[in-house]
Design a protein around this ligand. Sequence first.
Ligand SMILES: Cc1cc2nc3c(=O)[nH]c(=O)nc-3n(C[C@H](O)[C@H](O)[C@H](O)COP(=O)(O)OP(=O)(O)OC[C@H]3O[C@@H](n4cnc5c(N)ncnc54)[C@H](O)[C@@H]3O)c2cc1C
Length: 462
Amino acid sequence: MPKNNIINLFAEILDPSSILSGDELKSRFYHIWKTDISLESLCLLLPKSSEEISSIVKICNENNQEIIIHGGLTNLVGSTISNKSQVVISLERMNKIIEIDEQGKTITCESGAIIENIIDAVKDKDLLLPLNFGARGSAQIGGAISTNAGGLRVFKYGMTRNLVMGIEVVLPDGTIISSLKKLMKDNSGYDLKQLFIGSEGTLGIVTKVVLRLYRLPKTRYTSLAVTNNYQSVLDLLKIMEDKISSSLTGFELLWNDTYKKMVDDKTLYNKYLPDNFKYYVFIEYMGGDFENDYNLFESVVLDSINKGVIDDAVIGKDDKEQVNIWGIREDVAVLADERDFDQQFDISIPVALIGKVIDKISKELKDCEGVKTIYPFGHVADGNIHFIIGKDSDDDVLKSKINDIIYNNTKLVDGSISAEHGIGLDKKKYLIKSRSEDEIDLMRLIKKSIDPKNILNPGRVI
Ligand SMILES: Cc1cc2nc3c(=O)[nH]c(=O)nc-3n(C[C@H](O)[C@H](O)[C@H](O)COP(=O)(O)OP(=O)(O)OC[C@H]3O[C@@H](n4cnc5c(N)ncnc54)[C@H](O)[C@@H]3O)c2cc1C
């Protein structure tokens, strides 16, 4: 069918303000981070309900029309790029909060709801959505579900998968599968929602969700500790787990170069501790006892210094300082702005091996001509380390060299090339370094049986 005719079909089911095409696309993007490249697409559709999405997808299915799904556009793996012949469906208008169940500790909302808005809405009811990552002010819950996002509190609360109780999705043939149950336990057959969590929009469009919430902790303290020895980082983790396990919500690590750059004279962040240590551990404590929590946290940190496990530490003494200390870790993404070009990584490594593996990778990267800056940091308690690698050119040979250094070293220790960001388009070539051929064949089989015409997010993941 001529492409204009399919836009006419959309016009029969959507109001005109929900269809953008031609010059109207110039002000739209496929990614919101570090990009000013306008969106290329046949048209961008802004549906307002699951039923509208279902009707759009039915038209696309009947006409073999490829669809690219847009959430908050914060992914770091090229997932939302499209071409002139693809239709983009954006979930941005489907952002309603439908219900907060205070007793059952759940929230039901549309998938275009921004994560930070959900966090704020439930906070008013003394509840916590523990999803916490730098892009939460732009990322949507549907995007987080489709990528199974992680972040800074996975250690205690798990990945997004652990927070999803119910889901509604539109399949590639337009069928709406709605299972918005608020149940912790439901073993009645296959747990179908798991198919859509983390499959990066290749199997269905998430339209509504029910999320599990927690009681809002009353206290929050953060600390920054330093050491030159990776074993001490592990020893500190053990002490924290032993002494404050239920209140330990974050245990993050910055390497020296990363800390140094985050607190140098040109930034807004305070240099709370000198910049000559190898490791900087950021600890978050969240509890429920105003009277005693600070003293308990302080005594555990002090004890770790006295026993020589860590060399020094600071604890934020008021809310402002807590936020400032944590900000050094949380805002690390600003380091990607330092150079014209960068490559970012998100690998999983067995926790005990992180020290050695990151040393080896860093040395190999330093020897690689064209690499200008190397900033490792990550969620060390989950074994998830990120790299922002700065370069002055976008040369393909250099790009491959850097990818090979990171992924070959990851494979050597049976790690994963993507801990939480997904595969998208950018990492597809390297999927084989993380998953066996049989696993990838099984993924293809699932994709083929749910989306035989390959119209939904084609070419992504597999
Ligand atoms: C500064 C910064 C920090 C970050 N920190 C973290 C972090 O700590 N942990 C982490 O896991 N990620 C992190 N990310 C990556 C990113 O924020 C997450 O992957 C996020 O979940 C993407 O959500 P989104 O709404 O922006 O999705 P998008 O980028 O729009 O889309 C991501 C993928 O999901 C698909 N998709 C989106 N919405 C839907 C839907 N409703 N139904 C079906 N498919 C859909 C898209 O087609 C695409 O394949 C970070 C990103 C930035 C820029």
